[in-house]
Design a protein around this ligand. Structure first.
Ligand code: PLP
Length: 522
């Protein structure tokens, strides 16, 4: 049987469940237990002699029981981790349309540069006179970030977007305290469509969050902001382009209203990848904005890290930028590590050392290898790809804010699934069977059953066409009432549908050794 692209498919083949294998493996898909289940304390990957007798000097604090770590030989260890890695889905295995997260290709050139011994082997406690090259990378990256955003300075050290938000908001808090308004300005405006980290950041450092209600056109309106502004407002946190995939069309008026009221404009810059080289946030009136290097500048994501979230700051906030930072003294680059050594008034520091050096090298490599024209083209292609998907699906899928062009990501709601018996979650699970990581689901919260798709500029037209065809095929199956294809999905993944609510509410984070068979039977 051939699919729509004329490729052979598995449809109609007998289900794998009808032919269980002895090992539980399914051809190249190897089953893999936890390392604690297969390891033995007696096995080890290295041969070491028993240590000679010695007297412990830990004053009785030394471990008396076996450490309980699993032991495997070297090949067993390698197979364990390689098999696990094969169950994973990443940008290197397929299209990863996770909206807002910008899962773009991580160019191998970036990796090659980051592995140069002069970068990979330096230690944060080395004397700065021995790491001038690393300081130059930080300085040059800073210069590009400041130029691309038209701001005054950048704090490089935050280690993720959310950490960058915290850094930017701490600079705002320091500026307000320096004005003597620390007690009175304690409210932060946050639109309903914001990423959860925005209100969390504001609340974490003691601000009260005042929500800006969502409108049915997906934009934040200046008159709504004006109604909520008062002498108690410290800042607005606004995402632009926003999480509905739209460029905030009143951003300049909003910035002016915020500044007129004596407050600051924090911009969530997670979606900067849509406008790099096209618009400079500084020109739009922002005071602080984090830039997720792992989104816009193609450094790898991974398990929530190791990210990097530098924060650019306007002239009004620059004096409060945290230490450490790179500066030139008598023409030589050096690192200012202590607030007391700074000419300005840093609010403190965000990290033990200088931040994620490996990410700085990768991001700078991306910038230099693309050049200014290349970065601009990447933004344009990201927007073009998202609109290609939007236009190719708009006859089947429903768009919450009408059929209008989007930026780098396209947002659908679940109106089109009404009465099909299929939910956004079911649809996403069925995408796994088709070999795709699902799109971002149920975010932004202001859109019912949201599906946020961000293809990025990495994908070729052929890859987008196959993705579109797969989504259309699923959508038509939902329309025909083929609920089985969705309700039990994923059928082909190593793990089937999990009880995600239970996993979140009562997570079991520790493996406990099952009782031996004989004991269990007693
Ligand atoms: C990703 C993202 C963040 C948080 O960034 P992390 O690097 O994941 O901490 C904040 N806001 C928006 C809109 C995002 O997409």
């Amino acid at each position: 049987m051939l699919n729509r692209q004329g490729r052979p498919t598995n449809a109609g083949a007998t289900s794998a469940e009808a032919h269980p294998t002895f090992t539980g493996n399914k051809a190249l898909a190897q089953i893999e237990p936890l390392i604690f289940e297969i390891g033995h304390a007696q096995t080890t990957g290295v041969d070491m002699d028993e240590p000679a007798a010695f007297t412990p000097r830990l004053g009785g604090l030394e471990r008396k029981d076996p450490i309980g770590l699993p032991g495997l030989s070297e090949p067993e260890t390698m197979r364990h981790y390689v098999r696990l890695s094969q169950m994973n889905y990443g940008i290197d295995t397929g299209l990863f349309p996770l909206g807002s997260c910008t899962m773009k290709h991580n160019a191998r050139l970036n990796e090659k540069m980051a592995r140069l011994p002069g970068f990979s082997d330096v230690h944060p406690l080395q004397p700065v006179s021995t790491v001038r090259g690393a300081l130059e990378v930080m300085d040059e990256l800073s210069r590009y970030l400041v130029t691309l955003t038209n701001t005054t300075t950048v704090a490089l050290s935050p280690k993720a977007g959310a950490h960058g938000e915290l850094c930017g908001m701490m600079a705002i808090k320091a500026a307000i305290e320096a004005r003597g308004e620390g007690k009175t300005r304690n409210v932060v405006l946050v639109p309903d469509s914001a990423h959860g980290t925005n209100p969390a950041t504001a609340a974490l450092i003691g601000f009260t969050v005042r929500p800006v209600p969502a409108r049915d056109d997906g934009w934040v309106h200046v008159e709504d902001v004006k109604k909520l502004i008062g002498p108690d407002v410290a800042a607005i946190m606004l995402t632009n382009p926003n999480t509905c995939g739209l460029f905030e069309n009143q951003v300049v008026e909003i910035a002016k209203a915020i500044h007129d009221a004596g407050a600051y404009f924090y911009c969530d810059g997670a979606n900067f990848n849509a406008i790099v080289g096209k618009a400079r946030p500084g020109d739009l009136g922002i005071d602080a904005m984090h830039i997720n290097l792992h989104k816009t500048f193609s450094t790898p994501h991974g398990g929530g890290g190791p990210g990097s979230g530098p924060v650019v700051l306007s002239a009004r906030l620059a004096p409060f930028a945290p230490v450490p930072f790179v500066t030139a003294k008598d023409g030589v680059l050096t690192l200012v590590e202590e607030a007391a050594d700074a000419a300005e008034t840093p609010f403190g520091r965000m990290t033990a050392f200088h931040g994620q050096m490996g990410m700085y090298v990768r991001a700078l490599t991306y910038m230099l290898s693309h050049g200014s024209d290349g970065m601009k083209q990447a933004s344009e292609d990201a927007v073009l790809n998202a609109n290609y998907i939007r236009a190719s699906l708009s006859d089947l899928f429903s768009q919450p804010f009408g059929d209008k062009p989007c930026m780098h990501e396209v947002l659908f709601d679940d109106t089109w699934l009404k009465d099909t018996g299929v939910t956004t979650l079911d649809f996403a699970k069925a995408m796994i069977d088709e070999g795709y990581h699902p799109m971002t689901m149920y975010f932004p919260l202001v859109v019912h059953g949201a599906m946020l798709i961000e293809p990025t500029e990495s994908e070729s037209k052929a890859s987008l066409d196959l993705f579109i065809a797969a989504l259309r095929d699923l959508a038509m199956a939902a329309g025909r009432g083929e609920t089985d294809r969705f309700s039990g999905a994923p059928y082909h993944a190593p793990r089937r549908r999990l009880d995600e609510t239970r996993a979140a509410r009562s997570p079991v984070l520790k493996w406990t050794k099952p009782a031996p068979m004989a004991e269990a039977a007693e």
